[in-house]
Ligand binder design. Structure first.
Ligand SMILES: Cc1cc2nc3c(=O)[nH]c(=O)nc-3n(C[C@H](O)[C@H](O)[C@H](O)COP(=O)(O)OP(=O)(O)OC[C@H]3O[C@@H](n4cnc5c(N)ncnc54)[C@H](O)[C@@H]3O)c2cc1C
Length: 448
């Protein structure tokens, strides 16, 4: 949808095909607002219908960069998301436990904002704003893209045919079908090599459950999120997120095959076994609204399209290009930055045309350089064969800064700017921060 928002101003029509029959998108703002104000059971019902996105019932938030990017692509979206119940969360109100330390700054002066809400709220608010602002975007629900339509000489992807046999022809085909995209298989079928894949699988399983707190307790909290980040060899982590209506979405996970149980008592026992019991204490007397729901298969997967000869007029975005372990909360942000990049390329190209619209050849020609740029956006450090010394030093410096961030607001702000994708890790190389981090390390060594 964000990619559709990016390209809509430059083309006659954008057609989104989604295999899901149950997409909302047609409701008025008031209908949506009432739906999100309703009980969590409704959220669970919607999750059952939204099979194409199995992560629907699990925690979702937008990092600062993602929040700004979505607003840039769809002006007015943030106000709509807030009206529907989305909560602005300041990074300091994310109470984080990591390596024996709590980092928690209830009075946050970073100037950064993030958006907390259910996946449903984030998705529906984006869909609603897209359809309001872009009258040339049309969503066809229940349309399962089943096979490619190749040009006569096989050099271009010119469209898709759905399971029901309907043909859709296009000047540019964009694959936004998520992690389980059929496109690598289509390429193979068309005589192309499928993209090589770089995968780092943490063998993680998530289990999430929705709770309701009494309203007074919701307002009296000095946190919006509790995040227990496991330190090896501990494999268990958890996140407790306040979403619309003050509901709490409680998610636990285990790495290396340490699966959280699905039954009520097993889920609570797992929660109580985390390195700190704060999440358990917060929900143990709260009203559970759903059963625990598990999700696994969240490997970090990067498809290296830039390494293969691509057919013309095909671009790949979002999780289909790079899926991340969701614990970093980066997926939608990366997709939004990709969409921004595509929009910039289109703006540059459109300036060269009189009409402001782009022809098929322009779109086709853009797909390849766009793919190369997208590679840089999503490149993982792990795709390099060996950790260079400088990377190792950077890793331990970052660890020191994260420790410092527990008590030092300047360090906290610097770390959060990177974690929220507002700036790159290079921004942490500042004399003031380095001196503080070194001083802290020396003090630790002396006291050891
Ligand atoms: C447990 C979990 C928690 C997460 N939390 C966060 C978070 O806090 N913050 C964040 O930024 N990201 C988070 N993510 C990542 C985020 O969900 C994804 O990065 C994001 O949804 C990717 O968007 P996408 O459009 O590429 O794919 P998807 O959201 O997966 O959408 C793919 C769409 O394509 C449709 N589709 C698939 N195949 C076909 C087909 N053949 N024909 C037609 N339609 C098809 C599906 O129905 C679906 O609507 C989380 C992920 C998980 C698993």
């Amino acid at each position: 949808m964000l990619t559709a928002a990016a390209i809509a101003p430059f083309v006659d029509e954008v057609v989104i095909l989604d295999k899901e029959a149950a997409l909302n998108g047609g409701g008025t703002e008031e209908e949506l607002r009432q739906e999100f104000a309703a009980t969590g059971a409704k959220l669970a019902d919607r999750a059952k219908l939204r099979k194409g996105v199995p992560q629907y019932i699990h925690p979702h938030g937008l990092l600062c960069r993602a929040t700004h990017s979505v607003e840039l692509l769809l002006p007015g979206w943030l106000e709509l998301a807030k009206r529907l119940g989305g909560r602005i969360t300041l990074p300091g109100r994310v109470k984080t436990f990591y390596k024996g330390l709590w980092t928690h700054h209830p009075v946050d002066t970073t100037g950064l904002i993030t958006l907390s809400g259910s996946r449903g709220l984030i998705e529906e608010s984006i869909r609603a704003q897209l359809l309001t602002l872009c009258s040339n975007v049309h969503i066809h629900c229940g349309c399962w893209a089943a096979a490619p339509l190749w040009s006569a000489d096989g050099s271009c992807l010119e469209g898709v045919v759905t399971k029901a046999g309907q043909e859709f022809w296009a000047d540019l085909v964009i694959d936004a079908a998520g992690r389980r995209s059929p496109v690598p298989g289509w390429l193979e079928g068309g005589g192309y090599a499928p993209p090589p894949e770089v995968e780092v699988d943490p063998h993680v399983t998530y289990s999430s459950r929705l709770y309701r707190l009494p309203p007074t307790e919701v307002e009296n909290k000095d946190w919006d999120v509790i995040y227990i980040r496991p330190t090896a060899p501990n494999t268990r982590g958890g996140l407790l997120q306040t979403i619309e209506g003050g509901l709490l979405l409680c998610c636990v996970w285990g790495y290396s095959g340490d699966h959280p149980p699905q039954d009520e008592q097993g889920f609570l026992d797992f929660l109580a076994s985390l390195e700190r019991r704060d999440m358990y204490e917060a929900v143990k007397d709260a009203e559970p609204l759903t059963k625990p729901v598990a999700y696994s298969g969240m490997t970090n997967l990067r498809r290296l399209y830039e390494d293969i000869p691509m057919p013309g007029r095909l671009a790949v975005v979002g999780d289909s290009l790079a899926g991340f372990n969701p614990v970093y909360g980066q997926g939608i942000g990366v997709a939004a930055i990709e969409a921004e990049t595509l929009k910039k390329l289109l703006q540059e190209r459109a300036r060269e045309c009189d009409s402001g619209k782009l022809a098929a050849a322009d779109l086709g020609a853009l797909a390849a350089p766009y793919q190369a740029m997208a590679k840089h956006i999503v490149d993982f450090p792990f795709s390099r064969p060996k950790k260079a010394l400088v990377e190792k030093l950077m890793g331990s410096y970052l660890e020191a800064l994260m420790k410092l961030a527990a008590s030092d607001m300047a360090a906290f702000k610097a770390v959060q700017e990177v974690m929220n994708m507002m700036t790159g890790p290079d921004s942490l190389i500042r004399p003031g921060l380095m001196v503080k981090a070194l001083r802290m390390r020396f003090a630790e060594l002396l006291s050891a």
